[in-house]
Structure formats: structure tokens, C-alpha cells
Design a protein around this ligand. Structure first.
Ligand SMILES: C[S@@+](CC[C@H](N)C(=O)[O-])C[C@H]1O[C@@H](n2cnc3c(N)ncnc32)[C@H](O)[C@@H]1O
Length: 197
């Protein structure tokens, strides 16, 4: 049982809890800044049932492995690489939110609003979906940081699948809103999610 309360476990679990808390609280605060308090609900914390199940599963995987195979968690270069991914993913996602401003809504817009303009500058000049690239890097990074082999693979596949289905749906409406401007943008700039055109 001592392994569970070791320096390694305390540090890795603290990093994980801090990363999660920072991610969700900052999403909520930025939503209030760009959309106004009256337009933001607790849904902007982005905590869904599936997400909670995934995070609880990953913490259970961690606790089981740190108890049975404590050596697995001592690969600090892997854990620190995961921490770097968490920081890089968080920065990319927040740059996307700040760059898109009011255009960045947590729910996909299906009607064109007057103020909604196509954003192509800043991080959107490098990839079309920097918010999703950032989240993919962040979420997989949390599992590499915990040296969780099962959740690293599971998070990669599940988050990739989620965005590979969401992007065509989101872009269907972006093409309706911006027509040939969006087509030209999509031809010049990659999606930012591997194997998604
Ligand atoms: C959760 S945000 C994600 C934005 C983008 N997919 C990303 O990953 O950074 C979804 C909203 O952003 C809007 N959006 C996505 N790309 C956009 C762009 N290049 N310019 C303006 N609005 C965009 C969509 O209409 C949608 O309502």
C-alpha cells in the first residue's frame, strides 16, 4: 500500500488533478469572457458523463498499476513528456479560443449569425481545428503523464474517433455559412487531427 502514497504517486496524481481543474475552470472562465455570464451554463465546464467515466477509469488504472507494478510509474522521462504534452495541448487550445473569440462556441452553430466570421489568422492559419488538436494532445498527454498504457491507447482512439466524426458535421455548416471561402481555406490548411482531411 505504501507505493500508492509514494512520492511518485503523490506527484503524478497531483499533476493530473491540477491539469484537469485548470483545463475545466479556464474553459468556463473564457466562455464567460467571450459570451457573457448570462449565455454560459455549467455545460461550459465540458464535463460529460462519458468524460467522467474515462477519467475515473484512468485513475483506477493508475491506482491498480502503481500498487501491482510500481516500477511502471518510475519512467520519469515518459511522465515528463506527458506533462509537456499537457502544457502544449492546453496552450494550443486556449490560443484557439482566444483567437476565434465569439466564433468559438462549445455547441456547434447550425445557423449563421451576423457577427460570425471565418477565422483564418493566428493558430487557425496552421490548422483548421486547433481547439480539437489541443484537446487531443492534452487528453493523451494526461495519460502519458500517469504512465497509463491502457488509457493512453484508449484515450487516443476514443478522442480521435470523436473528432473524426465531429469535424465533417461542423464543416458541413461552416461550408453553408462561408461557401467557397471555406472550401479554399480547407484546401490550404490541414485539419490538425491525424488522418482527418
Ligand atoms: C468548439 S468550437 C471549435 C472550433 C474549431 N473546430 C477548433 O477546433 O478550434 C466550434 C464552433 O467553432 C466554429 N468554427 C470552427 N472553425 C471556425 C473558423 N475557422 N471560423 C469561424 N468559426 C469557426 C463552428 O461554427 C462551431 O460553432
Amino acid at each position: 500500500m505504501t507505493q500508492v502514497f509514494s512520492y511518485t504517486a503523490c506527484r503524478q496524481v497531483s499533476e493530473m488533478l491540477f491539469s484537469i481543474a485548470f483545463f475545466h475552470v479556464s474553459e468556463y472562465i473564457l466562455a464567460i469572457i467571450f459570451h457573457g455570464k448570462s449565455n454560459v451554463t455549467l455545460k461550459s465546464l465540458l464535463i460529460s458523463k462519458n468524460y467522467l467515466v474515462a477519467m475515473i477509469f484512468s485513475l483506477l488504472e493508475y491506482l491498480v498499476e502503481v500498487y501491482i507494478f510500481p516500477g511502471l510509474k518510475e519512467h520519469w522521462w515518459i511522465s515528463n513528456f506527458g506533462l509537456a504534452m499537457v502544457v502544449v495541448g492546453e496552450v494550443i487550445r486556449k490560443l484557439a479560443i482566444i483567437t476565434a473569440g465569439r466564433a468559438f462556441t462549445h455547441l456547434i452553430k447550425v445557423r449563421h449569425e451576423e457577427h460570425h466570421e471565418l477565422v483564418r489568422h493566428g493558430v487557425y492559419g496552421y490548422v483548421r481545428h486547433p481547439g480539437y488538436s489541443g484537446f487531443l494532445i492534452w487528453s493523451v498527454g494526461t495519460q502519458i503523464m500517469l504512465c497509463n498504457p491502457i488509457s493512453t491507447v484508449a484515450f487516443s482512439l476514443i478522442v480521435w474517433r470523436f473528432f473524426s466524426q465531429r469535424i465533417p458535421y461542423e464543416e458541413y455548416f461552416l461550408r453553408e455559412f462561408f461557401g467557397s471561402h471555406y472550401d479554399a481555406y480547407a484546401q490550404q490548411v490541414p485539419s490538425g487531427i491525424p488522418f482527418v482531411n
